[in-house]
Ligand binder design. Structure first.
Ligand code: GLA
Length: 534
């Protein structure tokens, strides 16, 4: 093994040792050994929900098989309370939202097999202005335990800092959250303790909270758009050494399904949260969720990465303005990897060694956790990843015969990037074989609209593309003078077989690009192509 590999394994060992040590000093309630999963009303409904919403959510989640997948805790966020306490000082639910009280809701949720959570606040009032627990920590904890609460999200608004002269926010947070932890312990009921104070930049809970709570927010509130989601990821990924069984970093709840991101971006969101061992708390309307939303939230193989018992938060082995490579060692020796194109699309390259996989095996199987396809690799891993998208793999040691060879296909000179003024230009497709076997009988077909004249400039068939080698196929594209403006889609279809394929069945992979022919009348006669590739 090289010195670099040795160094990496030392790092990994240090990481694991630290995680184990952290477990020893962690909050001792035995809960949240894997990142908590569940449902919170805030992202979907803010204050506009009631008993029927919670019960309907539980029923829909049960029917969608989400409980079995691990989505265990269901809870109302802020606004479940009446504006004031009862005459004898107890918290009470809003009578319009919960006309029969909370008990039938809690009983129903428990009867389906879920656990019930609740929301309150370390301050005098919640963030939306309802009665908080400050000054009543024991009564609050006791009341929640009597109701059968299994999880509590404890926020950080309306804290009377004047009661703590000379102390900063972090010091006050340590005092108050430790007091509430002790109050929860005194109830004798196992209750997951989720601190929601990391949105205050002065609190920095990851620095001190592993013996106080089971999870803590690392960020401001999430919002349903790509830039905010990415920002929460960027902040949360920095604190990986603080996470582990019983104590997790929380970059806030999921926005998957809420409509402000594309399907690609939601898949990215879910993949990033999963590899970061972040709590997976759904925040969409699951009663009416689309098939796409359900498909994302119920991807068991991605959830398995999140819920891995080793509890390592995925960490970055490469980070630049356009590309991130995140890796997460798993308890069975496999490694999960996310290749993330944070800005524009492009080929992302890494190696078995770089992602902390033991490099001594002759071959590896790369399982794509979104397509569920498997391929083999020798040492290099690469994929073309679209803008804002991810490729997510689980890697295990294997044999060359286990699956077809992994390959990456991309436009070397992309026809979409050529000036339309040329009208006559070449495009080249590069095919790299990164697999643990040769690609055999490779054929490349090009599908283009009939008004685009396509002439091959190279061979388009190859009896063999050897392991660890590549070929380029080039075409000439000619657009007639009267080409109508609009988008022209060009698709290359690469098909091949490989030595271990028992059926000799051909594997085929399409790779598209779109060429936008501008409206020259509108642009003036020297219009330049405004193009995109996909
Ligand atoms: C804060 C929290 C949110 C939500 C709201 C409710 O902003 O960070 O997650 O709980 O309060 O008022």
């Amino acid at each position: 093994m090289t010195n670099i590999a040795n160094f990496k394994y030392t790092l990994l060992f240090t990481w694991l040792t630290c995680s184990l040590l952290c477990v020893c000093v962690a909050l001792d309630n035995g809960l949240a050994r894997t990142p908590p999963m569940g449902y919170d009303t805030w992202n979907a409904y803010h204050c506009n929900y009631d008993a029927a919403t919670l019960m309907g959510t539980a029923k829909a989640m049960k029917e969608a098989g989400m409980l079995e997948l691990g989505y265990e805790y269901i809870y109302p966020d802020d606004c479940w309370l009446a504006p004031e306490r009862t005459a004898d000082g107890k918290l009470q639910p809003n009578p319009y939202k919960f006309p029969y009280g909370l008990k039938p809701v809690i009983d129903y949720i428990h009867s389906l097999g879920f656990k019930f959570g609740i929301y309150n606040c370390a301050g005098t009032r919640t963030c939306a202005g309802f009665p908080g627990c400050y000054g009543h920590y024991d009564e609050c904890a006791q009341q929640f335990a009597e109701w059968g609460v299994d999880y509590i999200k404890f926020d950080w608004c309306n804290v009377p800092f004047a009661d703590y002269p000379g102390l900063n926010h972090k010091e006050v947070a340590k005092i108050l959250y430790s007091e509430f932890r002790d109050a929860l312990n005194r109830t004798g009921r196992p209750i997951v303790f989720s601190m929601c104070n990391g949105w205050d930049p002065d609190v920095r809970p990851w620095e001190w909270a592993s013996d106080v709570s089971n999870l803590w927010r690392t960020t401001m509130d999430i919002a349903d758009n790509y830039d905010v989601m990415r920002d929460r990821y960027e902040q949360n990924i920095l604190h990986g050494d603080k996470a582990g069984p019983g104590h997790w970093n929380n970059p806030d709840m999921l926005e998957v399904g809420n409509g402000g991101m594309t399907t690609t971006e939601y898949i990215t969101h879910f993949s990033l949260w999963s590899i970061m061992a972040a709590p997976l708390v759904i925040g969409t309307n699951v009663i009416n969720m689309s098939e796409t939303t359900k498909y994302i939230l119920t991807n068991k193989e991605v959830i398995d990465v999140n819920q891995d018992s080793l509890g390592i938060q995925g960490f970055r082995v490469k980070h630049d303005i356009a590309q991130d490579i995140i890796t997460k060692p798993l308890s069975d020796g496999d490694v999960a990897v996310v290749l993330f194109s944070a800005n524009g699309g492009g080929v992302i390259n890494t190696t078995i060694d770089e992602v902390f996989m033991d490099p001594s095996y002759p071959a590896y199987v790369l399982r794509d956790l979104w397509s569920h396809n498997e391929t083999t690799v020798l040492k290099k891993i690469a994929a073309y990843v679209d803008a804002h998208a991810v490729a997510m793999y689980r890697i295990r040691p294997g044999k060359p015969s286990d699956a077809p060879p992994h390959h990456v296909i991309y436009w070397d000179s992309n026809p979409a990037l050529v000036s339309y003024a040329e009208k006559n230009f070449t495009g080249g497709l590069r095919i790299e074989n990164l697999g643990a076997s040769d690609m055999l009988d490779v054929q490349v077909d090009l599908e283009a609209p009939s008004d685009v004249e396509v002439t091959p400039l190279t061979k388009t068939k190859f009896p063999i593309i050897y392991m660890d080698s590549e070929e380029v196929v080039a075409w000439n594209f000619k657009l007639p003078n009267n080409t109508s403006p609009g988008s022209k889609s060009i698709t290359a279809v690469v098909s091949f077989t490989y030595p271990y394929s028992s059926s000799r069945e051909r594997i085929s992979h399409s790779y598209g690009s779109s060429l936008t022919v501008p409206d020259l009348e509108a642009l003036g006669k020297d219009g330049v192509c405004s193009c995109s590739s996909s």
